[in-house]
Design a protein around this ligand. Structure first.
Ligand code: ZN
Length: 126
């Protein structure tokens, strides 16, 4: 029984780490790589995840990178199964961070945003 309770207590933290979330006090308003503002969304009472502010059709985002805003205001990383086919979703800033590798070419909307960010931050970074 203790193990079960222990697992329950640890679960939110583990989930937050898997999602790339950071404690609220540690996550600033801008990307620490490119300096662009990102959108911070709570995944629970203690953690924020840094998403891009654009909402796009979930079909334009890889299945394992879709974030949905729940009725409680928290965001959930979800494949989108069971969502209406026209549902929009959010996605991590890291996918389109101009100092990152950029999204896969099979996601043209994300790729376009990534290239736009690269143009807007030209002169910064490497
Ligand atoms: Zn960035």
């Amino acid at each position: 029984m203790e193990d079960f309770q222990g697992a329950l207590a640890k679960e939110p933290f583990t989930r937050a780490m898997e999602c790339g979330a950071l404690q609220k006090k540690a996550l600033g308003p801008n990307c620490d790589r490119c300096g662009l503002p990102w959108a911070r969304f709570p995944i629970d009472a203690h953690y924020w995840v840094a998403l891009d502010g654009h909402e796009v059709s979930m079909w334009d985002v890889p299945e394992n990178e879709r974030w949905f805003v729940g009725s409680d205001g928290y965001v959930v990383k979800d494949a989108g199964m069971g969502m209406p086919a026209d549902a929009d979703c959010l996605f991590a800033h890291g996918i389109v961070c101009p100092l990152g590798d950029g999204p896969d070419h099979s996601y043209p909307i994300l790729l376009e945003l990534y290239q736009e960010y690269r143009r807007s931050t030209r002169g910064f970074g490497p």
